[in-house]
Design a protein around this ligand. Structure first.
Ligand SMILES: C[S@@+](CC[C@H](N)C(=O)[O-])C[C@H]1O[C@@H](n2cnc3c(N)ncnc32)[C@H](O)[C@@H]1O
Length: 371
């Protein structure tokens, strides 16, 4: 065990050393230049008596009372974090929307919603078996979209953030997505447009659209709901029945199996030089899309085809056993109580074991001709 641990440690430190030096070399001229490189820019700045310049910040924004989330109310979604599982992967559960009289079975007993309502962020709540407790949190968007029950395969955080970036959105953008599915990507898009932009979300499946609206309304007290309009129907049919001036888009995302069938109605509604991003799990779909664009002479250029890598690492403190003075200790307890003696403090730092496989390809298309 000790051997294995030390082996991993040495591998880690040699990796870090290599990465650090290569990073340093490649960023020598950049803002993150490091004093270790011998690059003198930062060294000089640190040695010189620099005259500071302190910005004047604008006053704090007036946040509507509804969105000041300090205490839990009826209707809120809550993330429960097991207080005993902080060491490796903490066990988390999504509960809600909170309703007086409702309860939820969790490992270690039953939790009444009313035991959460009125409590503050990070308070501890107990199940009916008093030895089991959870801290309570508002879920982040990433936690929420991964943990809500789903009808369709959602677009996960890594791809959603990349799509937001590829569309080059800003708070006055008007965009369209099809299909809505669970409304997961919908939330990311709406957040990047909030509060002045607008998202038109279309799905051919009524049940999906209705579920997505619920998911959007339940997240963060529905803060993004007003930025979104939902339509039900086949994407091109919905668009063809609308006033074209109201459906001129700064960007479009298509998460459906055959997006090429919809392009003839979509492209005239996309502003020149703006993007359509298609989310396609298979390379055969990517090829079909590109062939169809060429065959039908659609005014789109393929800017990029991407696969997004998101590689979580496991980084946490641990005990180096052979540096402890006596044998009678619990690694778990020392770590949990943050009581690892300095001489025995080590760190596990390696890619985590979670599978982070392929999700889909992102195809970024640009409208290149006025139509
Ligand atoms: C994989 S799901 C989308 C998931 C969604 N992006 C999310 O993050 O939750 C695909 C959706 O596309 C819808 N769909 C398929 N073809 C469509 C079309 N031609 N027009 C509109 N919606 C369509 C399906 O009904 C389905 O809900």
């Amino acid at each position: 065990m000790t051997y294995l641990f030390l082996r991993y440690r040495f591998t880690f430190f040699s990796n870090i050393t290599c990465r650090t030096f290569s990073e340093i070399t490649s960023q020598k001229n950049g803002l993150r230049a490091n004093v270790l490189t011998g690059d003198t820019t930062l060294k000089k700045a640190l040695n010189k008596n620099v005259t500071s310049e302190i910005a004047t910040l604008p006053p704090l924004p007036q946040i509507p009372q509804k969105y000041c989330r300090s205490q839990f109310e009826e209707g809120d979604m809550v993330l429960l974090r097991d207080t005993q599982k902080r060491i490796k992967s903490s066990r988390v559960f999504l509960v809600g929307p909170l309703k007086i009289g409702n309860k939820r079975e969790v490992p270690g007993g039953i939790l009444e919603h009313s035991s959460i309502i009125g409590k503050s962020i990070r308070d501890i709540v107990k199940t009916n078996k008093a030895d089991k407790s959870y801290t309570i949190h508002f879920p982040t968007m990433d936690e929420y979209v991964v943990m809500i029950p789903r009808l369709m395969t959602p677009i996960y955080p890594k791809d959603a953030s990349a799509i937001v970036s590829l569309l080059d959105l800003h708070p006055y953008s008007r965009i369209m997505e099809a299909g809505t599915g669970n409304g997961s990507l919908t939330l990311y898009l709406a957040r990047s447009l909030y509060p002045t932009g607008h998202l038109h979300s279309i799905d051919i499946n009524r049940d999906a659209s209705i579920k997505a609206r619920k998911n959007v309304t339940r997240f963060s007290r529905g803060i993004y709901s007003d930025c979104i309009s939902f339509s039900i129907g086949q994407c091109s049919k919905v668009l063809d029945s609308m006033d074209i001036t109201l459906s001129m888009y700064d960007g479009v995302v298509l998460d459906m199996p055959e997006p090429w069938n919809e392009l003839s109605s979509i492209v005239p509604r996309v502003k020149i030089d703006r993007y359509i991003v298609c989310y396609l799990p298979n390379m055969t779909q990517v090829l079909e899309l590109i062939k169809q664009i060429k065959y039908h002479q659609i005014a789109l250029a393929t800017e990029q085809v991407l696969e997004i890598q998101w590689r979580p690492w496991n980084v946490r403190a641990t005990v180096i056993r052979n540096k402890m003075d006596d044998e009678s200790f619990s690694v778990k307890q020392l770590t949990l109580n943050d009581e690892i003696p300095d001489q025995a403090l080590g760190h596990i730092c390696r890619p985590s074991h979670e599978p982070t496989g392929h999700t889909a390809f992102l195809v970024q298309l640009k409208k290149i001709v006025h139509t």
